[in-house]
Design a protein around this ligand. Structure first.
Ligand SMILES: NC(=O)c1ccc[n+]([C@@H]2O[C@H](COP(=O)([O-])OP(=O)(O)OC[C@H]3O[C@@H](n4cnc5c(N)ncnc54)[C@H](OP(=O)(O)O)[C@@H]3O)[C@@H](O)[C@H]2O)c1
Length: 275
């Protein structure tokens, strides 16, 4: 049973750093209580900082790449006894490198975190939103969803999956009062590239990384406006996405390869890239 509350509740995964933390800040500064999830100890520090905005903050440490971790988060949300107004499915990692060489366990961890966990969480929380006739879901996809991704193949495919899933569910839920939005950042200044082992790529070295606070603000506004997606990237990256619509996949793959191939980072800091 859910307990009525004046204050809306938002759930944000991957909220200990980067875009997820900035999304949690958007919610907290716009009158939402927040449940924030991540795996590591830094989540506690993030919760303390978010608490400064005067809203209730519930940190849930869990490994969302595991079934147990996803269930831990679901149980913590249920224990609040409150309806979820907004769900930001943001936690994600990349794995950089040649597909034939990358560690299979790292790839499977990526698939579990980037694909399985948002599917399970959306499936668990959407029915209640539909029953109430109100709710919002934000999937953090990427502009990487719009092209093949040599040297981070499973990552780009996972973001294409999320983009398609988001637009599909959105269409299914027309008229229910529940909206679904895909956030599509370009290269953003977070821990992503270091964690993905992609610092020695042109995309990793680009000087044009966006500020996660700006990306999150654009994502939050799009979510509140019920938009189907938002490309939260620099003008150059937006232009790349737009021009890519006219290109065949092999051409897009070749263009992307220049940005994501390991060992190709150099001093040319003017390059852009998808991530
Ligand atoms: N940065 C970019 O250029 C860029 C561009 C487009 C899309 N994105 C997407 O934006 C999202 C956020 O990434 P970011 O750039 O903000 O990177 P980030 O700073 O590395 O943040 C990743 C977040 O995911 C959490 N996370 C990772 N593994 C987890 C696990 N197994 N269980 C629970 N939480 C886990 C991390 O928490 P822990 O540290 O506790 O693991 C952290 O809070 C990702 O989905 C990413 O694909 C990023």
């Amino acid at each position: 049973m859910t307990v009525p509350s004046e204050t809306p509740l938002a759930v944000i995964t991957g909220a200990s750093s980067g875009i997820g933390y900035a999304l949690a800040e958007q919610f907290a500064t716009n009158g939402f209580d927040v449940v924030i999830a991540a795996e590591d100890e830094e989540l506690r520090t993030a919760a303390e900082s978010l608490g400064a905005h005067g809203r209730s903050v519930l940190p849930v440490r869990c490994d969302l790449a595991t079934e147990r971790g996803v269930e831990q988060l679901c149980a913590a949300i249920a224990a609040t006894g409150r309806p979820v107004d907004s769900l930001a499915l943001n936690a994600g990692v990349g794995v950089g490198g040649p597909f034939v060489e990358t560690d299979l366990r790292a790839e499977l961890n990526l698939l579990a975190l980037n694909i399985t966990s948002p599917v399970v969480l959306a499936k668990r929380l959407l029915p209640d939103m539909v029953a109430r006739g109100h709710g919002r879901v934000l999937f953090t996809s990427s502009i990487a969803a719009t092209a093949p991704g040599p040297f981070y193949a499973t990552y780009a495919a996972s973001k294409a999956f999320l983009y398609s899933l988001s637009e599909s569910i959105r269409d299914e839920l027309k008229g229910t009062g529940v909206t679904v939005t895909a956030l599509m950042p370009g290269p953003t200044d977070t821990e992503f590239f270091a964690r993905a082992g992609m610092e020695d790529t042109r995309a990793g070295e680009t000087a044009h990384k966006d500020d996660p606070a700006d990306v999150a603000e654009r994502g939050f506004k799009a979510l509140m406006a019920g938009k189907h997606h938002v490309v939260a990237a620099s003008f150059v990256n937006k232009a790349m996405v737009a021009s890519g619509r006219l290109m065949p996949e092999p051409a897009k793959a070749a263009m992307q390869r220049r940005l994501t191939e390991p060992g190709k980072g150099d001093d040319d800091k003017d390059r852009n890239g998808r991530c």
